[in-house]
Design a protein around this ligand. Structure first.
Ligand SMILES: C[S@@+](CC[C@H](N)C(=O)[O-])C[C@H]1O[C@@H](n2cnc3c(N)ncnc32)[C@H](O)[C@@H]1O
Length: 188
């Protein structure tokens, strides 16, 4: 990870509790989570909590030319950094994911292939977790997946409540290590 990215993270962490991590995700964990995506078949990705853009840049590097990436980021510093990425496939919203239904294009809702999330669900109360996951499942297409990286196991119950399924793996090579969850929107 770059020193500049780590310094931006540390500064933002000191002033904004929702940043929830002292460093950007490691390239190892970025690659591990993104190995769950078939980029040849993917047209639309949404990212919750882009930070300094480690996932954002990796995704753009692998997405098709006709694919789209929508990123939500509440932190001012990170929003500025993400907005400086010059790529016509990228749209960055300086808003909470709670507002996604009002911001995503109408024809995107229900047609998203993958939603990648690093936002700190452990900070949210039960109702907010369920509300965000309800919006998430509505935004995904059938067989689309929600891919979340989190430092604790607390997403299991909310994912079972909304998606009725999840798989999990652990990524040690990160500070802090985290769980990667994959929940799929099943038909019916
Ligand atoms: C753990 S960091 C992950 C950052 C980056 N994706 C990475 O992997 O290095 C969580 C990010 O989510 C953002 N965030 C927290 N709550 C959010 C919300 N409700 N909506 C959008 N972004 C949020 C934070 O500002 C922070 O950038």
């Amino acid at each position: 990870m770059s020193l500049k990215g780590t310094i931006t993270f540390l500064k933002s962490f000191a002033t904004d509790k929702d940043v929830a991590s002292i460093t950007p995700s490691s390239q190892y964990c970025v690659r591990k989570l993104c190995s769950l995506i078939d980029f040849d078949e993917t047209k639309t990705i949404v990212e919750y909590g882009g930070g300094t853009g480690v996932f954002t840049k990796y995704l753009l590097g692998r997405m098709r030319d006709d694919a789209q990436l929508y990123v939500f980021e509440t932190n001012d510093n990170f929003y500025k950094k993400l907005s400086s990425i010059n790529d016509p496939r990228l749209t960055v919203f300086h808003k909470s994911v709670e507002e996604m239904m009002d911001l995503l294009p109408n024809d995107t809702v229900g047609n998203v292939d993958h939603i990648i999330s690093g936002i700190p669900f452990s900070f949210f109360n039960w109702d907010l977790k369920i509300s965000i996951l309800d919006k998430t499942i509505s935004t995904l297409k059938h067989d689309g997946s929600f891919l979340a990286y989190q430092t604790t196991g607390h997403l299991k119950k909310p994912l079972m409540t909304v998606f009725q399924n999840y798989d999990t793996t652990f990524c040690w090579k990160n500070i802090p290590p985290y769980f990667i969850y994959e929940a799929v929107k099943k038909a019916g």
